[in-house]
Write a protein that binds this ligand. Structure first.
Ligand code: MRU
Length: 359
């Protein structure tokens, strides 16, 4: 997708054993880039959310393994790099899937060949992610188009957090149907949840929709239920960090509340996620590990001051104790459908298994 008219992906090769990324901690106030050329650098970038969003975490980890193996390709180094990357964030299953994928490719090779082979596989993972999201876009586009045909009015979509192209390599999951609808002339407008505590909606989704020219309105997280009660939301589309085999979906904290409000008000609630986000080893979403992040993300907030400086300010009394679970799980029964690269699936074990030819 484009920033100021120039096409970008979120991660790209930058020399023989390095990648470059957009530093997402600096958006929307500054477009800055970060060069990653060490295992430690990649782990740090994932932990501090320089790179974030389930598919991009997976792609970054794949490159992290490649960078580590370019330095030392022996079995012990492979195991250590895998472990360090796998521990960088716990909830997005794309991380483990990408690491398993690269490890399976390089493990049979002699150590000196592993770095280059890992880079090639990481490149392929990125290309595959772009294709998956484009296909999710086609599947979700039909839902937006149908909603427009039914009402004859612009379609109002509510989304939470950033499941946009910045969270992936390109296109986004939840946003791909929106971009296609907009590009094809189906009138679409997005309610963007600000997404406290880190405000990925306000800083990232608002940024990328604005760059693409998609009409949107930023709302406080607490406004969604009210808008749904008043018939202002036609459908919700959110992303996921992990979908279980039966369709329970972990996504950014607050997603569950929107799903409850959607159910109470008869608003369809869709989860957009590729097969790489499905954890076939789990049925029950309660088993998904929920990341607990720093209390400081709740007691403080980043923003741009009137003088242009970007600064952090405290919004609670000094010393306030805060809890910061970063994700929640929406049970399958609240999900109207899962928009995948293979089409829209019911959020159920038989439907997902049939779609992916498992079982
Ligand atoms: O903590 P983050 O910003 O990595 O959380 C991101 C989300 O919750 C996204 O909705 C999810 O990763 C899907 S990205 C296509």
């Amino acid at each position: 997708m484009k920033i100021d008219g120039k096409a970008y992906r979120t991660i790209w090769r930058a020399g023989p054993a390095a990648v470059e990324t957009i530093d997402q901690t600096r958006l929307p106030h500054e477009l800055a880039f970060r060069r990653l050329d060490s295992l430690e650098g990649v782990v740090e970038a994932i932990k501090t959310m320089v790179v974030r969003g389930a598919p991009l975490i997976g792609a970054s980890a794949a490159y992290g393994l490649a960078i580590a193996l370019s330095e030392a390709g022996d079995d012990a180094s492979l195991a250590a790099a895998y472990a360090a990357l796998n521990a960088s964030r716990p909830t997005a299953v794309n991380l483990r899937h990408a690491l398993d994928d690269v490890r399976a490719v390089v493990a049979p090779l002699p150590p000196p060949e592993r770095g280059e082979a890992a880079f090639r596989r990481a490149d392929e993972i990125c290309e595959e992610d772009v294709k998956l999201n484009r296909a999710i876009g086609e599947a979700g586009f039909k839902l937006i188009e149908a909603a427009h045909k039914a009402s004859g009015r612009p379609v109002h979509v509510l989304t939470h957090c950033n499941a946009g192209w910045l969270a992936c390599v390109d296109w986004g999951t939840a946003t791909a149907p929106i971009y296609l609808a907009h590009d094809r002339g189906v009138p679409v407008h997005v309610y963007v949840d600000e997404t406290r505590p880190r405000n990925q909606g306000a800083s990232l989704t608002a940024f990328e929709l604005g760059q693409h020219g998609v009409p949107f309105t930023l709302i406080a997280d607490n406004a969604g239920g009210h808008l749904m009660q008043h018939g202002k939301v036609d459908l919700c589309i959110v992303g996921a960090d992990r979908v279980t085999a039966r369709g329970d979906a972990a996504n950014k904290i607050g997603t569950y509340l929107k799903a409850l409000a959607a159910r109470a008000n008869g608003v369809p609630f869709y989860v957009a996620a590729p097969g790489t986000t499905i954890d076939w080893t789990l049925d029950d979403g309660h088993a998904i590990e929920i990341e607990e992040r720093s209390a400081r993300e709740v007691t403080h907030i980043w923003g741009r001051l009137a003088d242009g400086r970007v600064a952090e300010v405290e919004i609670a009394p000094p010393g306030t104790r805060a809890a910061n679970p970063a994700f929640d799980v929406t049970p399958a029964e609240l999900v109207s459908g899962i928009i995948t690269e293979r089409g829209v699936s019911a959020a159920s074990k038989p439907a997902l298994a049939a779609l992916y030819g498992r079982g």
